[in-house]
Design a protein. Structure first.
Lengths: 239, 240
């Protein structure tokens, strides 16, 4: 059994897709309309849109995957199968949606700004990094949610806070030094910054930050995988 | 010879921790929620050979269903070793593993994959599965349109077409109407003829007498008595 097959059930592509692209556009217009008075970043609307698109993938995946194992308790009670397919299939289908949105969006970026081809290619490993981090975190949160049913509330709360602690509305470079070193802890920082540089070609990559984030991400991913492996054997007893 | 063994359990125990309320993180940090331990199975040693027909009897809560769940790999024992050979299919939770939004046919793929059939195997057997289940025209309508009986029939049909070596039954030979039941029984007899391993949990003694050869009497998580059909008589006498 492959993940792809369980995925068919989540594939209501046409309907879901419209929503996926419409939501960041609307958010971009509203947030951009307000914040462009405070934050002076060239091409601010494009800048926002990339961040919002990535954020939508991350937050939607995490908030849907966290309770997914509890929702699919029927499947778990039916037969033995790789349980990780449930959260991963949700994330993969969201990832696909995001990729399509980015590809649609690319010509607009090329037209309005001057992306550097090298940085544009560099976004690919960073997108994979985002995918791996999202999967790792979801494995962590979804197995904790089986044990503790209120864990999903913590995730929802965490996501709201994380939205502001991630360089979506702003870039790391406009922050004062003290705040910046605090936000370095967020592994999403360099992912968002670098992918945005790739698409709109403005800003510079902070190699030290990338390195630091990468190590922290690896730690989270490994923690998620190990916990899921250990816990998944006993999921059924809690459902 | 290792190859003539279908299921081997070695010192298998299963502990359930009973929380008296829904488990939450806040509670487990703040007030160390009350816990109680319950051993559903205690140190079970059991070898079932290929082709054996085993009946399991015992009062409710004696660990019969937990045993089937452990054999099918749905849950993991707290202690001990489980060894299985060949494909095991359990006819429990027949109506589970379907998505109400997908059509019957799409659900055959989903459900079939879930119980470990390959895609090509499903394509090959799809028509036969549909015919056996008798859902007819409903096969391309969404699953929420199905009646309860149709869901169970389709679930049953998929499972028995997945070419199992060992079949775990939990009181579920009584699916569907008379017509379907006689079809199911015919298929069951066919499995018997093919020498498949069959493990049945049941309170239907006449069924057990007719189709099983070895009886295990479970009581509070332990095997109380084991033997041929005479165990059924002992069990009967014990409660009357």
């Amino acid at each position: 059994m492959t993940e792809k097959e369980v995925k068919t059930r989540y594939k209501r592509a046409v309907f879901g897709f419209l929503w996926i692209i419409l939501n960041p556009i609307l958010q971009m217009l509203v947030i951009g309309g307000v914040f462009s008075f405070f934050i002076k970043i060239p091409n601010y609307f494009l800048f926002l849109f990339i961040g919002l698109l990535l954020w939508q993938f991350f937050s939607l995946s995490l908030s849907k995957a966290t309770p997914s194992i509890v929702y699919e308790r029927d499947l778990l009670q039916k037969a033995k199968f790789p349980i990780e397919a449930i959260p991963i299939s949700i994330i993969l289908s969201n990832f696909l949606h995001m990729l399509v949105s980015l590809v649609i969006f690319l010509p607009i970026c090329l037209f309005l700004t001057k992306p550097n081809i090298f940085f544009l290619l560099l976004t690919l490993p960073f997108l994979l990094w985002l995918l791996a981090l999202t999967i790792g975190l979801s494995l962590l949160t979804s197995s904790l949610n089986v044990r503790y049913r209120d864990f999903n509330f913590f995730v929802q709360m965490g996501l709201i806070l994380l939205f502001y602690a991630t360089p979506i509305l702003y870039s790391m470079s406009i922050l004062p030094e003290g705040l910046k070193s605090f936000l370095r802890l967020n592994p999403l920082s360099s992912i968002f910054e670098t992918i945005r540089i790739g698409f709109i070609g403005q800003g510079s990559i902070d190699v030290k930050l990338v390195f630091f984030n990468l190590i922290f991400s690896l730690f989270l991913i490994i923690l998620g995988v190990l916990l899921f492996k250990k816990e998944s054997k006993y999921f059924v007893d809690y459902l | 010879m290792i190859n003539d063994i279908a299921v081997r359990l070695e010192g298998v125990s299963k502990k359930y921790t009973l929380y008296h309320e829904k488990p939450t993180l806040v509670e487990s940090i703040l007030i160390r929620a009350k816990k109680e331990e319950f051993w559903a199975l205690k140190d079970i040693n059991l070898v079932i050979k290929k082709g054996e027909r085993v009946g399991i009897i015992g009062p409710n809560g004696s660990g019969k269903t937990t045993l089937l769940k452990i054999m099918s790999g749905i849950t993991t024992p707290t202690a001990g070793k489980v060894e299985t050979h060949g494909k095991i299919v359990s006819l429990i939770e027949l109506g589970a593993g379907f998505n109400p939004e997908l059509t019957g046919e799409e659900n055959i793929y989903l459900n079939g994959m879930l119980i470990g059939m390959s895609k090509s195997e499903i394509i090959r057997k799809k028509d036969e599965i549909i015919r056996f289940s008798g859902v007819g025209n409903f096969i391309d309508t969404p699953f929420y349109m199905y009646s309860q009986g149709m869901k169970l029939r389709l679930g049953f049909s998929i499972l028995i077409h997945s070419n199992p070596d060992t079949i775990l039954l939990d009181e579920s030979m009584s699916v569907g109407d008379q017509v379907f039941q006689s079809k199911a029984r015919k298929k069951f007899l066919e499995f018997l003829r093919e020498g498949k391993t069959i493990i049945v949990v049941s309170h239907d003694f006449s069924f057990l007498r007719q189709y099983t050869k070895r009886i295990l009497w479970f009581d509070r998580g332990e095997i109380r008595k084991e033997g041929d059909k005479k165990v059924i008589d002992d069990y009967w006498r014990h409660f009357h």
